[in-house]
Design a protein around this ligand. Structure first.
Ligand code: MN
Length: 285
């Protein structure tokens, strides 16, 4: 079945202390893609676009997955974790009731490139204990494809010989997150189980590709599924240069979202509580 893919061009924003990011999920064009709350892509060789980093700031009510395609960042948080994020590495942070952390570049030149994906937590988990997992580059699961390779960051990817399991897991959304490389003229059918009843997207990192007749463009999110129990199939076909794609799929939580900056809760009263807790030093207690 052929069906149009919704394409969402990124908005260019300044985040942290002055870091240039390209945001697709979490903009007026796509407020959320339940369970995904935000997707920021950063990709620059200009130190002025990243050097200021993200000094101490709070989060409550959701989890973040940061994937570094190229660069070097140091994470320090109120739980006492220190994570050295290098090229090809990732970190999974369940902020839950509260984390204050910094994410600072450890380089003064060269390319800084990667993604930060915010994944919602169910209401019952929003005030649970925070957690943090550093995922080293060599812990990623590699799944060879006829026309390329999948580097699996989170969840499981079904394949003919059984599933391949990535190094991290979000039990609430069964998040699957992957860095997919396709050789020139290659193709990949996204497994139906990663689309049915799920939200899913693809983001072109480099090269060129088409999905269901739509050309993927740089700095544009392609929505592949939106929770439909029997969605159209999706095949990615790469162009003459091949393609590298950031893909994620998760089960929608179908709960109300009340968001204010770094706090994402279910009601406005819980947001006011989060602001009050942060101002009074209670966010992380
Ligand atoms: Mn942060």
């Amino acid at each position: 079945m052929h069906s149009d893919v919704v394409l969402v061009p990124a908005s260019r924003l300044m985040e942290g202390a002055g870091v240039v990011v390209h945001r697709t999920i979490g903009t007026p064009a796509l407020r959320t893609l339940d369970p995904f709350l935000m997707l920021d892509h950063f990709n620059t060789t200009r130190p002025g676009d990243y050097i200021a980093g993200f000094p101490d700031h709070p989060h409550r009510g959701f989890s973040t997955l940061t994937y570094l395609i190229e660069g070097h960042m140091l994470h320090r948080d109120s739980l006492g974790h220190e994570g050295d994020l290098v090229t090809g590495g990732a970190q999974w942070m369940k902020a839950a009731r509260g984390v204050i952390h910094s994410e600072m570049p450890q380089q003064t030149e060269g390319r800084m490139s990667g993604f930060q994906l915010w994944v919602n937590l169910p209401a019952r988990e929003k005030l649970s204990n925070p957690d943090y997992q550093e995922i080293l580059p060599d812990q990623m699961a590699l799944l060879p494809l006829p026309d390329g390779e999948i580097r699996l960051i989170a969840g499981s990817w079904p394949a003919s010989g059984g599933e391949t399991k990535g190094p991290s897991l979000d039990p609430h959304t069964q998040l699957v997150c992957a860095d997919i490389t396709l050789h020139p003229g290659g193709s990949l059918e996204i497994p139906a189980s990663l689309l049915a009843g799920r939200s899913a997207f693809a983001f072109l990192i480099s090269g060129g590709a088409r999905v269901s007749g739509s050309d993927l463009a740089l700095e544009t999110l392609a929505v592949l599924a939106t929770g439909d129990p029997s969605p159209p199939s999706r095949s990615i076909i790469s162009g003459a240069e091949g393609a590298r794609i950031f893909f994620a799929s998760g089960t929608p939580l179908k709960e109300p979202v009340a968001a204010y900056g770094p706090f994402v809760m279910t009601t406005k009263a819980q947001i006011e509580q989060a602001i009050d807790d942060y101002r009074n030093g209670r966010l992380t207690r």
